[in-house]
Design a protein around this ligand. Structure first.
Ligand SMILES: Nc1ncnc2c1ncn2[C@@H]1O[C@H](COP(=O)(O)OP(=O)(O)OP(=O)(O)O)[C@@H](O)[C@H]1O
Ligand SMILES: [Mg+2]
Length: 281
């Protein structure tokens, strides 16, 4: 599926989504407005912004969960809604925020992996299917004997999220939308998940990585698109946008990153310096 060729894979062009609700559809909320950016084949673009800035709205239009109010999403030169559903989802897949909610608790976790293989046009022998599943689990750092045959409630959130990454490997899409993929994972498993996301990129899979966490964005992304109240306010190479931002909003996001080294002044007396003197009874 991945051609390996460079060039634009996804173009989000002046995308606007206004939600309407209420009995007479008179309530309007702007989800995103005039959002434009490009995503090249095999690269990771982070969509970064605070809660409510419109990141998931953009992702959901890319995933065709709803149509935009105006503007368009172009995948591989064609409007995303012009693809037959099966072809589109062979190309574009998602890693969910909530790994717990992504499984049917009545079935063993193996089912999502077998279904991923069955979704592909290509047919594989039983032996090949098994082999592919073992390889995919190995790539995401899971021991097959510890996860296959288990039910979702018998595994951790981190293990379930890795199974969903193995599912993506079996599907081999061109693009993965990862919307806050670590937010429901305990901190000790987060770095592993991020490293395995980078592993997907090494296999030529491009990614739209959605986060409000500047540290995670800096760790995985090639390019960054910063959103505030529905609009893109700054975009460019991740190194530039995240380490030398021009816009005050991005500077503020960066300033909000906890700085542990400032809390503990290790250069002097090894005492915490951020604690007010009058609180040290
Ligand atoms: N289905 C909906 N109906 C009405 N308004 C919505 C809907 N979904 C999102 N919104 C509104 O659109 C705006 C953007 O929301 P969105 O979920 O895209 O933000 P986000 O950046 O993903 O936030 P978060 O980081 O909290 O996930 C918000 O004001 C939100 O309240
Ligand atoms: Mg969101």
């Amino acid at each position: 599926m991945n051609s390996g060729a460079s060039g634009t894979l996804l173009e989000v062009r002046e995308l606007t989504k206004v939600y309407t609700s209420g009995y007479l559809k008179t309530t309007h909320v702007v989800g995103c407005q005039d959002v434009s950016f490009l995503l090249d084949r095999g690269e990771i673009v982070t969509l970064l912004g605070e809660s409510g800035s419109g990141k998931t709205t953009v992702a959901n239009v890319v995933l065709r969960l709803f149509k935009p109010t105006s503007g368009e999403v172009i995948l591989d030169g064609k409007d995303n809604f012009s693809y037959p559903p099966r072809e589109y989802y062979a190309r574009v897949q998602q890693i969910f925020q909530d790994p717990y909610g992504s499984f049917n608790y009545f079935y063993r976790v193996d089912r999502v992996l077998h279904k991923a293989i069955a979704f592909r046009k290509q047919r594989f022998s039983t032996g090949d299917r098994k082999q592919r599943i073992l390889e995919a689990l190995d790539i995401v750092g899971l021991n097959a004997s510890e996860v296959l045959g288990r039910y979702p409630h018998q595994l951790s959130g981190g293990q379930l999220q890795r199974i969903l990454m193995a599912r993506v490997l079996l599907l081999e899409p061109q693009l993965v939308i990862a919307d806050e993929p670590t937010s429901m994972i305990d901190a000790s498993s987060r770095a592993g998940i991020l490293n395995h996301l980078l592993g997907l990129r090494e296999r030529g899979i491009a990614m739209l990585f959605i986060t409000h966490d500047v540290g995670q964005a800096a760790y995985v992304a090639d390019r960054a698109v910063v959103m505030d109240t529905g609009r893109v306010i700054e975009q460019g190479p991740a190194d530039k946008v995240l380490f030398a931002p021009e816009h005050t909003y991005t500077q503020k996001l960066l300033a909000d990153v906890p700085k542990l080294h400032e809390k503990w002044d290790l250069s002097t007396d090894h005492e915490p310096t951020a604690v007010p003197a009058d609180s040290q009874g």
